[in-house]
Design a protein around this ligand. Structure first.
Ligand SMILES: Cc1cc2nc3c(=O)[nH]c(=O)nc-3n(C[C@H](O)[C@H](O)[C@H](O)COP(=O)(O)OP(=O)(O)OC[C@H]3O[C@@H](n4cnc5c(N)ncnc54)[C@H](O)[C@@H]3O)c2cc1C
Length: 501
């Protein structure tokens, strides 16, 4: 069996998966049908959970240096305050998808990952030992596993015979990156009229992103996407085209919401838009794809390297399919809340009142930023299955942060109180002894006594009496090795770890 993994698609999802696999020592080939990077940007922002992952790998600064933090998000155009998100990144980082992809590709290249452009996957044949991948030019090669990160119209999904049920489009949205002779005084975001809504955003000096949503029309698939069509739509909704000219890019999208029935079929796995499509409300698609890749990366690496049974891969579906489902759900809700009409206006007014309440704001901000994701690992503890925040720690060598200890994927990090027995670590794991977690200096208001149960998937608190004692002593152990019986266990991890996702 080949020890190589193949990834179809060099978008954000495929690139992050490639980085995670390489970091864990897996040979990986990334294939993309395009001749090179298109430079086009659909997404324009990174949410807190994605920034936390990048921090866990030590590369967040590269993204922060280029992006612009905005301390608000939105739910169907109703503002959400992100400033109180319990993270070091209480904002959405405004950064074009093209720049995100460029930075990810540079990062991947540092591990020797090269994207094979002009390599369209056209055939996939699975056997007990591996996957034979065929390309449009007739070339073929073997891989142990194939990850389909090839976007919403995923060929891999189709070839693997994975169903893609959901709801069809009910609206037409157009997007153009254009120059404007007569721009509005300040940015316009989701301004509503009886014909739909429009936005005019000064994304970069010299050009604007113009978006329209027509709620009463579903474009035929073969309808040409032109700047003239965008102009017509804008004039109809906004009453002016703002002197639009010199388009860099024009695109169309809709609110079809579909999700792959299985995120894994044998040796084929799906991630990102290949696993689900939805309306881009709230800017969640790219972020969700990256977080899929993070969840899948260490698991696939552990299986390929023989450190875990294949059944570990089923936990990828078990943990991430519900997350994808929830994104579809909330984007459908946002679309419903966006339709023109007096009933929706009334509903929005009620909703705006609710969002002004702290608890509602926190709940929606947690959902859009994905900080509130909780994997279904049982109810033994309210924090089981949740992400671990970036705690300040005082370790043997001085002050550090938890995320700093996780810079290498594919390794276990076992953290224990220095006052107890020395932390254990096996194989490639790393053991860190800490004398305290000065929660007062932490931005998360996390009482040190709750640290014990702040978990990643696969962590399990010990039986309650012992957990209570461990909590008081302050012991954190993570990156557990999946037990041979298939379910992730709670201790001893030779390879899989830094389990951020
Ligand atoms: C208007 C708009 C705004 C958006 N804004 C946001 C936002 O602010 N935040 C956010 O998180 N998300 C946003 N999104 C969603 C985001 O753009 C996508 O979710 C994201 O691009 C998905 O990444 P991906 O890597 O899964 O797929 P893609 O980016 O689609 O990449 C798939 C790759 O696979 C390649 N490929 C396809 N078929 C094959 C094949 N057969 N063989 C080999 N390669 C193949 C393609 O060439 C492509 O490079 C927005 C989307 C739209 C439409």
């Amino acid at each position: 069996m080949s020890s190589r993994s193949a990834i179809a698609g060099a978008g954000p999802t495929g690139l992050v998966l490639a980085c995670e696999l390489r970091l864990a020592g897996v040979d990986v080939t990334v294939l993309d049908r395009l001749p090179g990077r298109s430079g086009e940007s659909r997404a324009g922002g990174l949410h807190a959970r994605t920034l936390e992952f990048l921090d866990q790998r030590g590369v967040a600064d590269r993204f922060l240096a280029l992006g612009r933090p905005l301390n608000v998000g939105h739910f169907s155009g109703l503002w959400l305050d992100f400033t109180r998100l319990p993270t070091r990144y209480p904002f959405v980082l405004n950064l074009l998808q093209a720049q995100v992809e460029q930075l990810l590709e540079q990062w991947a290249a540092e591990f020797g990952v090269r994207v094979r452009w002009s390599s369209e996957v056209t055939g996939v044949r699975q056997s007990a030992d591996g996957v034979e991948v065929t390309l449009a030019d007739g070339a073929a090669f073997d891989a142990a596993y194939l990850a389909g990160c090839d976007g919403g119209r995923s060929t891999v999904r189709r070839l693997a015979g994975i169903e893609f049920p959901g709801t069809p489009a009910t609206l037409t949205a157009l997007l153009g990156d254009v120059e404007l002779a007569d721009p509005p005084g300040e940015g316009v975001f989701m301004r509503r009229t009886e014909h739909g809504d429009f936005s005019v955003l000064g994304f970069e000096p010299g050009w604007y992103r113009v978006m329209t949503t027509e709620y009463d029309r579903v474009a035929a698939r073969d309808e040409p996407v032109t700047v003239e069509r965008l102009r017509e739509s804008l004039v109809q909704i906004a009453g002016t085209d703002f002197g639009m000219h010199s388009p860099l890019w024009v695109s169309r999208y809709g609110d079809a919401a579909r999700q792959a029935a299985d995120y894994r079929r044998g040796r084929v796995l799906l991630a990102g838009d290949a696993a689900h499509i939805h309306y881009p409300a709230g800017g969640q698609g790219l972020n969700t794809g990256v977080q899929h890749a993070v969840n899948l990366g260490w698991k696939l690496a552990a299986v390929v390297r023989g450190h875990a049974p294949e059944s570990l891969l089923d936990t990828y579906h078990a943990e991430r399919h519900p997350v994808g489902h929830r994104v579809l759900h909330n984007t459908r809700a946002q679309t419903a809340l966006g339709r023109p009409g007096p009933q929706t206006e009334a509903l929005r007014e009620v909703f705006a009142g609710l969002i002004a309440m702290d608890e509602v704001n926190s709940a929606l901000a947690g959902m859009i930023s994905a900080l509130d994701v909780r994997y279904p690992l049982g109810d033994a503890d309210p924090l089981l299955g949740r992400r671990i925040p970036d705690l300040d720690l005082i370790a043997e060598r001085g002050a550090t942060r938890l995320f700093t200890l996780l810079h290498r994927a594919g390794r276990c990090c076992s953290i224990s109180s220095a006052t107890r027995s020395r932390p254990r670590s096996r194989g490639t794991g790393r053991a860190v002894s800490i004398s305290s977690w000065p929660s007062a200096r932490s931005p998360f208001r996390t009482p040190s006594s709750s640290v014990r149960t702040v978990t990643w998937p696969g962590w399990r608190p010990r039986a309650s009496k012992r957990s209570g004692r461990r909590a008081r002593r302050g012991s954190v152990r993570g990156g557990s090795r999946p037990r041979r019986r298939g379910r992730p266990g709670r201790s001893s991890c030779p390879a899989a770890s830094g389990r951020p996702g």
